[in-house]
Design a protein around this ligand. Structure first.
Ligand code: IPE
Ligand code: IPE
Ligand code: MG
Length: 228
């Protein structure tokens, strides 16, 4: 295991650029999302092989409901198909699935599939794949602050303890593809001291080699946390 692989425990990715990938090929946006699923498959495999403890993927934001209903349906359909086709591989590869965001309000068939997938992978240990579904960082913070208040204590530790990501290692590296340089409401609290890495690569073109490049970049960074 190289130093890079030892260093980053938790990587998150804003998987952006599916639409532009399709547009460049004169294909419908759904073709870009389909190609995006292929990239997810490869990156999840690579993350397991590279020994990451956690990989958090932004799959559907709480703002993505603003898209046309047809595209939202396509995205939900692809999510269901992905779970059905890849769950056995997760089980075989010791990957534990976790869902972050307000996912229990999704369509009942999606919720049922997710519950089954969570259940079947709950004992797995190698890598946690956290999928952000109907996720918004501000929404997560509101929910965490409410839960902390109900527990009678509002401070940084108690809010952190009620975040959707509470049981994951601290976020080391956030990657965003497609050239956009913004967080789009992703992991706002967790990004406080994460390293940020932006690449022009469109998500369907993002490969294991690109992930390795980002991890190498991360390994060279000097994390100071406000100190010297
Ligand atoms: C990311 O690709 C996938 C989701 C947001 C679900 P986009 O669909 O945002 O692709 P662009 O940004 O339009 O290229
Ligand atoms: C962020 O991408 C959400 C996901 C990747 C799921 P968007 O494409 O929705 O973000 P904006 O609209 O460019 O900020
Ligand atoms: Mg986008």
């Amino acid at each position: 295991m190289s130093d890079t692989q030892k260093l980053a425990r938790h990587v998150a990715i804003i998987m952006d650029g599916n639409g532009r990938w399709a547009q460049k090929r004169f294909l419908p946006r759904v073709a870009g999302h389909r190609a995006g699923v292929e990239a997810v498959r490869k990156i999840v495999r690579a993350a397991g092989e590279m020994g990451l403890e956690a990989l958090t993927l932004y799959a559907f934001s709480s703002e993505n409901w603003k898209r046309p209903a047809g595209e939202v349906n396509d995205l939900m359909g692809l999510m269901k198909k992905f779970l059905l086709s890849d769950l056995d591989e997760f089980v075989a590869n010791d990957i534990r699935l976790k869902i972050i965001g307000d996912w229990r309000g999704l369509a009942p068939d999606v919720v049922a599939l997710l519950e089954d997938a969570l259940d079947r992978t709950s004992g797995n240990k190698r890598t946690t794949l956290a999928v952000a579904l109907n996720y918004g960082g501000q929404d997560e913070l509101v929910r965490a602050a409410k839960a902390a208040a109900e527990a009678g204590e509002i401070n940084a530790d108690s809010i952190a303890a009620h975040l959707d990501t509470a049981e994951l290692p601290p976020l080391d590296l956030l990657i965003r593809t497609s050239g956009e340089v913004r967080l789009s409401n992703f992991l706002l609290w967790q990004c406080a001291y994460a390293e940020l890495y932006f690449t022009d690569r469109l998500w369907p073109d993002f490969t294991a080699a690109d992930l390795k490049l980002a991890l190498d970049h991360f390994a060279r960074r000097d994390r100071r946390y406000g100190g010297l």
